[in-house]
Design a protein around this ligand. Sequence first.
Ligand code: ASP
Length: 721
Amino acid sequence: MKHILGAKALRKVIAGALVLFSAIAVADEGMFPISDIGSLDLKKIGLDLTAEQIFNPNEVCLVDGICRVNGCTGSFVSSKGLIITNHHCAFAAIQAASTPEHDYLNNGFSASSNIEEIPAPGYTVRITEGYEDVSTKVLSVVKPGMTFSERTKAIEKQQKQLEKDAEAANVGMRAEVAEMFTGERYVLFLYTYIKDVRLVFAPPASVGNFGGEVDNWEWPRHTGDFSFMRAYVAPDGSSADYAKNNVPYQPKRVIKVAAEGVNENDFVMLLGYPGRTVRHNTASFLQYEENVRLPFVVDLYGWEIATMEAAGKDDRGVALKLSSRIKSLANVEKRSRGQLKGLNRIGFVNKRRVDEEVLQTFIDSDPARKARAGNLLSDIDAVYAEITANAPLEMNLSNLPSACQTLSFAFTVIDAAHERAKEDIERESQYTDRNYPLTRQRLQLALNDFHLETDQLMLAEMLRRLEAAGATKLLPTVAGELLGGSETERQQRATKLINNSKMHNAEFAMKCFDMTPEQLVSTKDPALVLMSELYPVYLAQREKNKEREGKLSQLYGLLISEKREFLKTAFVPDANGTLRMTYGRVESYSPEDAVIKTPITTLKGMLDKVTGIDPFIAPPRIGELYRAQDFGRYVNPKLNDVPVAILYSTDSTGGNSGSPILNSRGELVGVNFDRAFEATINDFAWNHAYSRSIGVDIRYVLWISDKVYGAKHLISEMGIE
Ligand code: ASP
């Protein structure tokens, strides 16, 4: 990209770009870290709280009432550790507890006392207690002359060391270092960490997942996507694994439930743990997403979902086993379709390319800057060109164990055997002493949901895909022998391997965790033999990924600092699973010409959608209560109906699921659970015109819990009289 412009023309370009960039910057950077809340004019945006009332490490504050529940968010709504989050966030716990005889997924679940609550193994809850900028400490380990892979490993090791030290100094707490700006800013967060979490209340899927995948990522919406869980600790208040005599956790702060809800145009804010956004990434990255990765995900996941749905069609036991996997794949598959449509609709790759040409002109206009960053953009482009060239084989290899569970179990125990032989600090994070119990527990849980016939089909299909991606020439002998021949032969080989493996036998699999790599091979289990042979291929890939990560980390670090200088503005860091605040209003939007979508749905609207065919079935009692107009105090007087879902202009992404929707006083008026289809591209760019988040109105939550399912004890536990 070479530009020869006169000084005047250049000034014009830069001025234009400043307008363009700052317009984007103001609107799209809405997930504020708690450290940045103080820099906002909270009064002006509509809040009646001060920054200290939201977060203050020395006093009780709003943040003490917000927690992370696995990859989601939740709020403490009673002094006895009661958490409100989404139905889809508790889904794995509901599913794990369900059998065809006790089908909590289909029928719902309500514990009438603490004793009846169901343990949710694999669930953890964390509460942000404090943070510290550790950028200097992290980056002090980066030395000149390091390869990119050495750089990544040195940073990872230092992060682990800082986490270990912080946990030693704060016994019982969990420490995590998060990268706020790639290669530039790192913050250590301290969390209260709770390991005993239980299911308290879940509506049936016909409420909690009403509309299913047809309505997922769409507005209007009528899903009662909420559930209640409870956090437990040891009798002395310390964090403990599940034990019968554990006691409910006492949060420092309870989020007040505002049963009166919200109306159109009202201010709302979310506090939560958004997972990942990539708003500073280049046009070449977006092109890779649009042309390569997202279409791959749509295609593969679409096939996997259809296969699992067919497997469970006439067998509720199988359907239950596969339901969590189907749900999370379907969520990503549809989001990816939304992102593809969105990227195309707004011509995002080209837009970003134009922005980059302007930035390049700015860089080239100063000799020192040019020497420092002249090749920056083309260097980043080269990384994505290399990733793109290798994508077909790499993506299929990395999806082989995620599609085929037997191979996933085999890979985990082989990887563990290699990694556990190293010193703790040198291990991949999931095998460090602090994470290993959870890694084992997750495998145990996945084993419970294993379905033999599905796994046979998955393996055969992945072999076909690997072959089409050119794997035959590259893979070693055992793996190579599985490829080639007709579809029937491939299926026969896959079926034989899965049938002959004991990796899906829980007792055998757990025993494997105590074996060395050599002992694992000597079992002659075909899955272990295959994955041991492929292990060097996966290790080489891991190394390559670290190399790319190291390179991109350095380059993006430089890109952000050049952009910052160019735009003379501070950026809000991309989402990274740490606590953020975003605000907006309950408001309508126009997704396309001549269409305006209003922001509140109702019970009547829900019943109008009912066809009696899944996913548009409603429990009969809802219709009965509606016909009797029995809304109780949960009515929205303006609508003379119970409001079901609301739409608002906050900046959210995955991980904000379960986030409290708070009014200007910090009271709970709903629970966030989704975004509109157009807002799936929030991960790349946010825009006030079409980025809308979706939540369930608190009045629907309370009406369902109280009137429909009679959980009056929960209503009074939340202090609603
Ligand atoms: N429903 C979404 C999810 O679970 C939440 C979001 O991404 O906004 O990923």
